[in-house]
Design a protein around this ligand. Structure first.
Ligand code: ADP
Ligand code: GN1
Ligand code: MG
Length: 376
């Protein structure tokens, strides 16, 4: 084991029995360090997920873990009667001192989850059925958390989806141009400036605050290997008060295009209508009962806005020298920004038909659940 962190030492601090057999970096997240750690427990290999919380991004890991402990307990309680209950929500393994996380000598905060077996995440969507399942799972997540008892959750990253502030951050990065990259990103900067007017639309729409996930990208939901069902929503660091449409918007961003987020061949990036339809049907099958008319009317717009917002963030990070998102090659954040802005264009070209579809599904069609099975 030649890892960046001493996972073996960390493991001793958690309530896990048995001997470590292996520990490997895991997943393709941009923020935390994730490891899959295998323990031999009386002759059986059992896997766990270990995560080092990125405390440069999440400034208050203790508050964050308080949120996650409350949210996982609530979800676990709600799913308790359902089949396969232990795979339907994340389960924290507590540290030996009873805390939901452990801080090592270097100041890193660690947490451990039971491994969700026989399910996996995908970096790119493969079928409308998958889009449907992801959206259904995220909608159910919001629905169950609508009953989370008070108090209000902590804001783990204040103004996380405040798009006008994200725009201002870009403007500051352009003005500073600390890494002389602005010229290389001239078309993208211009694209961002031309779209400034959309940044405040959701904030101005007077929509209800809800408990939302805020990072509903497609690889943050695990799909069951056998049934394809969206079995478990993961990556709970940003679960906090927000707008339902932040979640739907990020689903549109990550599930309607067949291309990966960092695809360099932009001809592959496009909003595919069947995926969008599957998303709308999947999401409304679980969230349709509590969403307001105003929220439903802005479903397509939210896809455009959140795609634009994440594009702004990639561009800003590129200009600032790649300090926030993990990068694996030169220009990685600029490549990511380009796919986002290409997708914004594609959504714009189809926005009218997307809105017509929502009108027919959400306001005048047959009940959403009746049609849902056709997509599977
Ligand atoms: P990040 O915040 O860095 O995106 P995630 O929490 O999304 O980290 O985890 C990264 C990857 O690890 C996920 O995409 C998923 O494949 C895997 N993963 C996370 N939690 C679990 C779990 N409890 N069981 C199995 N796999 C998991
Ligand atoms: C980050 O943690 P991960 O990789 O699932 C980011 C999201 C972005 C996403 C872009 C806390 O998500 O906001 O949309 O990358 N998470 C945080 O892929 O900033
Ligand atoms: Mg993730």
């Amino acid at each position: 084991m030649n890892l960046k962190h001493d996972v073996r030492a960390v493991a001793r601090q958690f309530q896990i029995c048995g001997e470590i057999r292996s520990a490997e970096p895991y997943g393709s997240g941009h923020i935390n360090d994730t490891y899959c750690v295998v323990f031999d427990q009386a002759g059986t290999c059992v896997r766990y997920i270990f995560q080092r919380i990125n405390h440069l991004v999440f400034k208050n890991p203790v508050a964050l873990m308080e949120n996650i402990a409350r949210v996982t307990r609530h979800l676990g309680g709600e799913f308790a009667g359902a089949g396969d209950a232990s795979r339907r929500s994340l389960t924290l393994v507590f540290a030996r001192d009873g805390n939901p996380s452990y801080q090592d000598a270097a100041g890193n905060h660690w947490r451990v989850y039971l491994f969700i077996e026989q399910a996996r995440t995908y970096d790119a969507v493969e079928s409308p059925g998958q889009a449907f399942e992801a959206a259904k799972a995220f909608g159910l997540f919001q629905k169950v958390l609508a009953n989370l008892p008070a108090p209000r959750l902590h804001d783990t990253i204040p103004d996380f989806h405040h798009t006008p502030k994200r725009f201002l951050a870009l403007e500051r990065a352009v003005a500073a141009d600390a890494f002389n990259r602005a010229l290389l990103a001239k078309p993208e900067i211009e694209f961002a400036q031309q779209h400034e007017s959309i940044t405040s639309v959701l904030l101005d729409a007077n929509l209800p605050e809800r408990v939302t996930h805020n990072d509903t990208k497609f690889n943050n939901v695990m799909l069951d290997d056998t049934t394809g069902e969206g079995i478990c929503v993961i990556d709970l660091d940003t679960v906090m008060p927000g707008l339902a449409l932040y979640d739907f918007g990020d689903m549109v961003r990550t599930t309607t295009s067949p291309a990966k987020e960092d695809e360099r061949d932009l001809s592959k990036v496009k909003m595919q209508f069947p995926m969008f339809e599957a998303l709308v049907r999947g999401y409304l099958s679980t969230a349709g009962s509590f969403l307001t008319k105003e929220e439903k009317q802005l479903l397509a717009f939210s896809g455009k806005l959140i795609t634009f917002e994440i594009g702004l963030r990639f561009l800003t990070d590129y200009l600032n020298g790649d300090t926030y998102f993990k990068v694996h090659r030169d220009g990685h954040n600029l490549d990511r920004c380009r796919t986002q802005f290409k997708l914004v264009e594609s959504i714009e070209n189809q926005e009218e038909s997307m809105n017509e579809l929502i009108e027919s599904i959400a306001f005048s069609g047959p009940p959403v659940t009746e049609l849902a099975e056709e997509l599977r």
